[in-house]
Design a protein around this ligand. Structure first.
Ligand SMILES: [Zn+2]
Length: 442
């Protein structure tokens, strides 16, 4: 609006017009968002460039098609990660093979120089992006990002339950099982730190100090004796002790050989028990999980049934009350009071029933978890030694206690198994309040 003439009627109109413009912009933005959501729900694909391993299809819905030039590298990355390789290790392997980076590939196809990068190498972040993207199992994810409002374009990530995910939208590059396995490895409390010699130790990053909650780190020392000659020892020690000394925490030192032997022995014993009496072990693990939840599942099923019956009754009572009020059979103040009472009961019961239903879902989840654990134990039952892949498959985390003062007293090590124990909410330190782990006997 032209407001050069300060006393014009345009000037008087300005607040109204501005208000209208504001409303118009907000309303358009709302409509555009609605169209975006609707497209996403139909599985339409919007990215201008397909992710590495795919090409944008030339059909109307622009769904990505597998690009066999790069798809094999994507498969290689997923396979390596599922076996426990870290993102930097995978980046290194890609660079050694001279694999072209995603952005270089895009520009190469456009026949233009890549203006954004100075080196043409893979890095860990590029690898992680690929290893977390559900597009590789054929799913379209949209509505992952949003802006604050139509005025503020700053992007932020929505909660994952707000994303729109369409599965089997197009041809996958890796199968769902492998994709899920990689997500599981990604979620492990250990990121897979590579040692100086370029390897990831089987238990690296999976152990915590019982006293300060820090991770244990590996420590290599070199020794010489007449009997053994020159030799090296790998031990795990508390990270707090390593960084701040014995005034803060004790070493918690444990030989790599000892802890690996102990873990392998425990896994073998469990596998043996499963092979000898699978159903007995299944029941035992289910009992551990049920006990962990401290819920009487039978009672809950009964209570859920009661709640559901009463909710059905309330539905009838409430509509009857309305009906009678409408027909003038019930005085207004009385009907209002009754309705208030019934709807309050309805609200409370609905919430309670929801709780019971969740517990029931949890029970089914427990059965699945125990089954998965048992299958994995069987898979590794005759493993000759501990490998990284085995540890990531079975172990959630391990808590190492200090060596007792009495040299003859046994030392305590708690092994928390995948699917049996809850994962740590925060992997940085065992003792963070959000973890609040209960030590339980398995
Ligand atoms: Zn410590």
């Amino acid at each position: 609006m032209d407001t050069l003439e300060r006393n014009s009627t345009a000037m008087d109109m300005m607040p109204i017009v501005n208000l209208f413009n504001e409303w118009h912009a907000a309303s358009t933005s709302k409509k555009i968002r609605a169209v975006m959501v609707s497209n996403a729900k139909q599985g339409k694909y919007h990215a201008p460039v397909a992710p590495f391993g795919y090409l944008v299809g030339d059909t109307e819905d622009r769904l990505p098609v597998v690009d066999e030039t790069n798809a094999p590298y994507v498969r290689m990355m997923y396979k390596m990660r599922s076996e426990g390789a870290s993102s930097p290790q995978i980046a290194k392997a890609l660079n050694v093979q001279g694999v072209i980076t995603p952005s270089d590939y895009t520009y190469k196809r456009l026949d233009k120089p890549n203006p954004y990068v100075s080196n043409h190498l893979w890095n860990a972040a590029m690898v992680r992006d690929i290893l977390e993207n559900p597009i590789y199992k054929g799913s379209v994810v949209s509505q992952k990002f949003t802006t604050v409002s139509y005025k503020n374009h700053q992007k932020y990530i929505r909660d994952s339950d707000e994303w729109i995910v369409i599965d089997d939208a197009f041809e996958p590059i890796v199968d769902k099982e492998l994709w899920d396995k990689v997500q599981e490895v990604n979620k492990s409390c250990s990121h897979g730190k590579v040692t100086k010699s370029g390897a990831i130790l089987p238990l690296g990053g999976l152990m915590y100090c019982a006293d300060c909650g820090a991770k244990l780190k590996n420590n290599t020392t070199f020794h010489e004796s007449k009997k053994r000659g020159k030799y090296k020892l790998v031990t795990y020690i508390c990270n707090t002790y390593a960084n701040h000394g014995k005034e803060v925490c004790s070493s918690h030192s444990i030989l790599q050989r000892i802890i690996e032997g102990l873990v392998l022995e425990d896994i073998r014993a469990r596998a043996k028990r499963v092979i000898e009496d699978e159903d007995g072990e299944r029941q035992r693990y289910l009992a551990i999980k049920a006990n962990e939840r401290k819920q009487q599942t039978e009672d809950e099923s009964r209570l859920l049934k009661q709640a559901e019956n009463r909710l059905a009754e309330l539905d009838t009572i409430i509509s009857k009350t309305y009906e009678e009020r409408m027909l003038g059979k019930l005085p207004e103040d009385l009907s209002a009071k009754m309705l208030e009472k019934y709807t309050a009961e309805q609200r409370a019961l609905t919430a309670q029933a929801e709780q019971y239903r969740k517990a029931r879902v949890q029970e089914q989840q427990d059965e699945q978890d125990v089954e998965r654990f048992i299958q994995r134990l069987k898979k590794w039952s005759d493993a000759p030694c501990l490998t990284r892949e085995l540890c990531l498959d079975l172990i959630e985390f391990i808590v190492v206690h200090a060596r007792p003062e009495d040299r003859n007293a046994p030392r305590k090590v708690d092994i928390y198994y995948k699917f049996i124990s809850k994962p740590l909410a925060d992997s940085r330190n065992l003792l963070l309040p959000q973890n609040s782990v209960e030590i339980h006997q398995q």
